[in-house]
Write a protein that binds this ligand. Sequence first.
Ligand code: AKB
Length: 314
Amino acid sequence: MEKILVIGAAGQIGSELVIALRQKYGNQNVFATDIKQAPIDVMESGPFEILDVMDNNRLIHFVIRHRITQIYHLAAVLSGNAEKIPLQAWDINMKSLMNILDLAKEVPEVKRIFWPSSIAIFGPSTPRENTPQYTITEPNTVYGISKLAGERWIEYYHNRYGVDVRSIRYPGLISYKTEAGGGTTDYAVEIFYEAIRKGKYECFLSEETSLPMMFMEDAIQATIDLMDTDINDLSLKSGYNVAGISFNPKELAEEIKKHIPDFEISYKPDFRQAIAESWPASIDDSIAKKDWGLNYKYDIKGLTQVMLDGIRNK
Ligand code: AKB
């Protein structure tokens, strides 16, 4: 029987992944942890504990005590926030990953790990359209550097110690349950809240800045599908390109206007504009489709409808 540890259960991905994993593996078999309180349903539908992934001793004890077999390590400082505290962000993003990798090497019961990578591993010298899986990767953000280094480390641990770590290069993730924090793609979440609260939004990216995005339900399904795949079918031992759908702030605003005709958007690009311009506008995800059957349910129209309904219901 699988016993699953989710680190970062209060975050944007974690708060939805915990619920999906509990539906699949049973509430009592999915241990949600974070350094802060998580949404009520995460804390009440199964075990929840405050746990700091940087505290190696407690982490190992936790894993042994609960006979953990799979770890989803989702805690990270995202791109925008990381630029404000570069060394601290590097430390948190890398040390936490190394703690998990070393633990998996030492504790044979831990059979499989998920660690998110990001489109941030690409940089200004990467081809921006239909970015291939293998291409130039020269990130110029601390977050991107840490994700690229992480990808190299997970492959190294696989080849050297047989540790099974799986990873997706997530595009921007769009969801309404837990607000994202500190990312460059977060405009695509904030815009919906502001559209409903104020009827207008001042965007920190310029109108033509296209980025790949994905609705959270599709991201959760992709994560679970990748983790369910037989390792022999996975041709990559690092992060898989995942495309989602590409659009720019102007196109998203047009879609919102179909539901809220008076919605107004204005543009005031800040430091995140340069980060966005260094990332792909669209992605080639053919290897993920071939290896583990990646597919999507949501386009820009579908996710706009669900975001507006979801935030209104909240
Ligand atoms: C960010 O904007 O930092 C993240 C990401 C693309 O990894 N959403």
